[in-house]
Design a binder for this molecule. Structure first.
Ligand code: PLP
Ligand code: SF4
Length: 345
């Protein structure tokens, strides 16, 4: 299976880049550039929300304060390609390719680095590790993008996982419905549904990514009985407003995609220009909660440096004074709530 993607030189020639070709070449030599015909077609003008997510920027090379692997994923890898941070679930990096290399990627250190996707040996070692750890109930396929594997390779991975009795749930994290929706075929769905319970978390960041094509891809997956979630990264100049986030989250819900996480930008080298203050994320959550369907409100999470894990944070809407709670409603009204006296307390 081959999909048409642009390489860096073609992208440069097809676009009206403000950067010089030298800058473009320097950035793409350090951090690969790749784009699909489909995703490039969503760009309406230079520097719009789609452009910023996929076009190289000189600032990627100017970020020296942040670290290539702030989440310490390497240290948490007991065997190559596997991240084991929480006792009951692991992440398997089954591919290091993606249809589009997002400029803000948290795995910027790895994606597109030219190595083969997890080879046969690494796959077997990872499966052996999971089989030897009965506390692991949830395996998350990630990368890169797992759906860059062809159907046969993907089937091999999933079959291997399903042969392990204690693996209850399989999840796939993929941006393919957003960047290469034609990869979601009926054949792929027929394959995936053999491995239920299988969840997919996709990755929409902007309402303009919701198109007839991406909607059709989500419909195919949902009709295969695959529960769909979405992880959005909060990106400066792309989606850092309440209005954009309301459109995005309600738009996703209408596609049967449940907004799962809103991620604060990780402190990954080369991505600093996308970072917003945490206050922005909290204001967005405050602008969603109560204003739109509760089903459409994601958890806002910070993935802590050093591999300490994700912490969900909320706007400060509760003040506790003994057994009296002073609560702030979505309209801003202050209301008291009387708690019971805790018999243990
Ligand atoms: C995010 C993540 C998970 C999954 O966390 P959930 O909160 O269950 O979605 C698991 N392992 C690692 C290393 C992660 O970064
Ligand atoms: S699709 Fe995901 S893994 Fe691939 S470049 Fe984008 S953010 Fe990174």
């Amino acid at each position: 299976m081959r999909y048409f993607t642009y390489n860096a030189a073609t992208i440069y020639n097809k676009t009206m880049l403000a950067e010089s070709q030298d800058t473009f070449n320097l950035v793409s030599a350090r951090y690969p550039v790749r784009l699909t015909d489909y995703y490039a077609g969503l760009i309406k003008q230079p520097d719009d929300a789609i452009w910023k997510q996929c076009m190289p920027d000189a600032r990627e090379l100017e970020d020296h304060s942040q670290c290539p692997d702030p989440l310490d994923e390497k240290a948490l890898s007991p065997v190559p390609g596997l991240i084991h941070r929480y006792p009951d679930r692991v992440v398997m990096l089954v591919s290091n390719r993606c249809p589009v290399y997002c400029r803000f990627c948290m795995r910027k250190r790895l994606v597109g680095s030219g190595d083969a996707p997890m080879g046969e040996d690494a796959l077997l070692t990872a499966l052996e590790y999971i089989a030897a750890h009965p506390t692991i109930h949830d395996v998350i396929l990630s990368g890169g993008d797992p759906l860059m594997l062809d159907d046969e390779s993907l089937s091999k991975v999933l079959t291997g996982l399903r042969a392990i009795p204690h693996v209850a749930v399989i999840r796939i994290g993929t941006r393919v419905p957003v960047t290469l929706p034609s990869r979601i075929t009926t054949d792929l769905c027929t394959l995936l549904k053999k491995f239920h319970p299988l969840y997919i978390n996709t990755h929409f960041n902007h309402p303009e990514e919701i198109t007839a094509d991406s909607a059709a891809a989500c419909t195919l997956l949902a009709d295969a009985g695959i529960p769909l979630g979405n992880q959005t990264v909060l990106l400066k100049g792309v989606n850092d407003s309440v209005e954009i986030m309301r459109d995005l989250m309600t738009g996703l819900l209408a596609l049967r995609v449940k907004p799962y996480y809103l991620h604060q930008m990780d402190l990954v080298q080369g991505t600093a220009h996308f970072r917003t203050p945490v206050r922005t994320g909290l204001e967005i959550i405050r602008g969603l909660r109560g204003h739109i369907s509760g089903l459409a409100v994601p958890h806002y999470v910070i993935d802590l440096p050093g591999g300490k894990g994700k912490v969900a944070i909320l706007p400060d809407d509760v003040e506790i004074r003994g057994t009296t709670l002073l609560l702030r409603t979505y309209t801003g009204e202050r209301v008291t709530y009387q708690d019971i006296t805790d018999p243990q307390g």
